[in-house]
Design a binder for this molecule. Structure first.
Ligand SMILES: Nc1nc2c(ncn2[C@@H]2O[C@H](COP(=O)(O)OP(=O)(O)OP(=O)(O)O)[C@@H](O)[C@H]2O)c(=O)[nH]1
Length: 376
């Protein structure tokens, strides 16, 4: 259970840092879902001009409604196309959430053509604000939720101000009731409450997503990351004609560490090894813990350059022994690794893993503490 201070620090980190690969992946799926729902709703809106026409509405009104709905449909199609693209646009969730809120404000503003009271007192259209804010939860990004909430607040306050400024007669209507300051303030408070509630849901979902894709001992991405994200990285590299290498890394004789120093010291030794490896890796290089003392490293490099990089890591680990406790003699840790390259060795994750595993076996059989990138 985390303390209030830790939770606060986590929230600040969520607002400050770019979501990690796992969250971006989940968020991109959520964006696609929202884009599909938006298309469906925009399709249903087509019924409104039809109903207006059948119930005896003027041709002018029906035509104006039809033009508006077709515009929304076209824009929704554009968002869907962008959400379906393989290459993610970092701005898409924020801009599309802003679009949803602005569409609600636009419809509320259009209602003033009927009566200005409708702009401020319509319950059905106004409820689309909370719905659009709730929908941001699917994007898994706290900043998008807060942005959407803030936009809804500012736009509805501006609409209130505009209607009050532009209307001279009392704001009363038989269909929509009376506009009062307290009811308008209550709506603003409700928007704040919905935004905060959604932000809490997003924060919890972010934590759970991170936990499910993260190894608790080392903080590295885990096997579920390997199975969900890496195939996509391989596919993207192939589509772009880029080379990519995968290294399967295994710490040598780790059983002896556990046997001689105990399991807890073994855990610390694992964390030490990860710290040393990570200190040499860049933001783009994904180091993944796939098993006990087994790791996968995905490098956006051709296999020759990846071998050189792995050699640097191997020597660095060898040069920085693990100190079990102050005063206890340091223990040298070494690693063996097998490398496989895309496209020459395989074109998918399982092929690359298979080939890297064969080469890792060679590295072990040939005396350990080495990196093997080809047979013979
Ligand atoms: N302390 C600790 N030990 C672990 C953890 N996961 C796996 N291990 C240990 O890592 C050891 C792996 O042993 P093996 O795969 O048999 O091989 P090895 O002793 O490393 O020898 P080679 O791989 O052949 O060089 C086992 O003793 C596991 O108990 C962990 O999370 N913490």
């Amino acid at each position: 259970m985390s303390t209030l201070r830790e939770t606060f620090e986590d929230v600040v980190a969520s607002l400050r840092d770019r979501p990690d690969e796992i969250l971006l992946e989940v968020g991109a799926g959520g964006e696609l879902l929202v884009a599909r729902l938006r298309m469906l709703l925009a399709g249903l809106l087509l019924l409104l001009p039809l109903v207006n026409h059948l119930s005896g509405g003027s041709l002018q009104e029906t035509a104006a409604g039809l033009v508006g709905v077709i515009l929304v449909l076209l824009l929704s199609r554009l968002w869907l196309g962008l959400a379906q693209r393989k290459r993610r646009h970092a701005w898409l969730p924020t801009v599309s959430a802003g679009f949803d809120i602005t569409m609600v404000s636009l419809v509320l503003a259009l209602l003033s053509l009927e009566t200005p009271v409708a702009t401020l007192n319509s319950a059905v259209v106004w409820c689309c604000y909370p719905l659009a804010i709730f929908a941001t939860a699917l994007r898994h990004d706290l900043r998008v939720t807060l942005f959407a909430g803030l936009m809804a607040l500012v736009q509805s306050a501006l609409l209130w101000l505009a209607v009050v400024q532009m209307t001279s007669e009392p704001l009363v209507s038989a269909a929509y009731g009376t506009v009062s300051t307290s009811s308008q303030l209550q709506r603003l408070v409700l928007l704040v409450a919905v935004t905060l509630l959604t932000a809490v849901v997003v924060f919890r979902a972010q934590r759970l997503t991170q936990l499910s894709g993260t190894d608790g001992l080392t903080g590295l991405p885990n096997r579920s990351f390997l199975n969900t994200r890496v195939p996509q990285q391989v596919a993207e590299a192939r589509a772009d004609g880029r080379t990519l290498s995968l290294a399967l890394i295994d710490l040598d004789h780790f059983r002896h560490i556990n046997a001689e120093l105990g399991h807890l010291a073994g855990d610390r030794a694992l964390r030490h090894a990860v710290k040393v490896l990570r200190s040499e890796l860049g933001h783009q290089d994904a180091l993944i813990r796939v098993g006990g003392e087994e790791f996968v490293l995905v490098l956006r490099l051709p296999i020759g350059a990846a071998w050189e990089r792995m050699e640097v890591l191997r020597r660095k680990l060898e040069a920085q022994p693990f100190v079990p406790e102050p005063g206890v003699e340091p223990r040298k840790l070494t690693l063996s690794a097998g490398l496989a390259g895309c496209p020459q060795d395989a074109n998918d994750l399982s092929g690359l893993m298979k080939r890297a595993d064969q080469r890792l076996r060679l590295a072990k059989d040939n005396g350990r503490n080495r990196v093997v990138a080809r047979e013979g």
